[in-house]
Design a binder for this molecule. Sequence first.
Ligand SMILES: Nc1ncnc2c1ncn2[C@@H]1O[C@H](COP(=O)(O)OP(=O)(O)OP(=O)(O)O)[C@@H](O)[C@H]1O
Ligand SMILES: [Mg+2]
Length: 370
Amino acid sequence: MIIKNPDPLDFSYVPQKLRFREKQIENIRRIMLEPLKAGISSNLLAFGDSGTGKTSTMRYLSREEKRFFMIYQNALSFSSLRALVLDALSKMGRVTGTKNMSFPEIFRSMKRVSEERGKNIVIIVDEATNLIKFDKDGLYNLLRANEVYGAPISCILVSMEDPTIYMTERDKKSLGVFSTILFNRYKQDELFEILSERARMALEQGTFDESSLEYISEVAEPFGSARVAIELLQKSAYVCQYRDGEKLESEDIRAASSMINPYVTESKLGELEPEELGVLLAVCRCLKDESSTEMACVIRESRVVSEQYFLDIGADSMVYRIIKRLENIGIVEGKVVGRGDRKGVAKMIGINDVPVGVLEEKVMEMFKRI
Ligand SMILES: Nc1ncnc2c1ncn2[C@@H]1O[C@H](COP(=O)(O)OP(=O)(O)OP(=O)(O)O)[C@@H](O)[C@H]1O
Ligand SMILES: [Mg+2]
């Protein structure tokens, strides 16, 4: 068993401290919460790609900020903003009785609760895209609750894209000016830090190396997504556990990657010439226990494969050319790395989104058919 506690690998897990989102948290406090303390309401748009920590940041704030009624709502659970706001009222401890309360009634009621308890209100609407597009009336009511009904409410709308792109000039005018907070993609070293923290909490000591976590962060980096990174860690840990492994290996990570990123291997392989398949097989063999390999190994193995399957893989330059083509099709990934002090650079080859064991079998199947 390599997993000691599955919870930190789950999506709903909100870490104790949220690293790399300090700037966003600080901005939300400065732009919205401090003024609200003094009774000044405002509205905020928070947006960024999937997995950039929007939901976690909002949940983190609603857990930490005791000075306000900080109410987190996921818009996908509601058919309209009115239903969402009504539910928020019940979360403030007010029994709502009827489902038919109108906006004025809901906001008046919120105002009373707020005065009784001496706390102003922040309503966070996560995954807000659809409601922003299709519930203009609700949006108008919510964003102007302070102005129109005198209720001390601020609102944070959260979505993947900047929602003002769905708004006409008229919408924007009637809804007032927004501040925006961008959740930028995570960089590889940030993903690595996030993964290290989760792995320490979730996995038994000695069952993972830094190099495995580096490999995962490298695979997740193009998405900039902590969600992708953590999901890869979770799935690869289960793959490892399933095969009774004692330690997370590159092959487990590739298996995990192929699960979240179903890869049309067969159709891609179908396009390849026998010599190209041969070099690919060589790459697979070199990658058996490694996350990446040097060209020297690929060239050596290509000779072996060439003899074994009566192929015509000639000079080294041909192997280089084929590797280039495999990179272009997106089956292998190449990168150039420094060899350390004055030893020049080396080209390293990897395969990230399918287990090399599976790929090797497929290629051998195809050789039987040729
Ligand atoms: N800065 C961070 N530190 C630690 N974990 C993080 C951080 N940011 C995100 N995560 C983790 O990554 C996962 C995805 O994050 P989250 O759900 O907040 O992203 P999101 O921006 O809301 O994505 P989506 O748009 O897909 O809903 C969660 O498991 C979360 O705990
Ligand atoms: Mg989210």
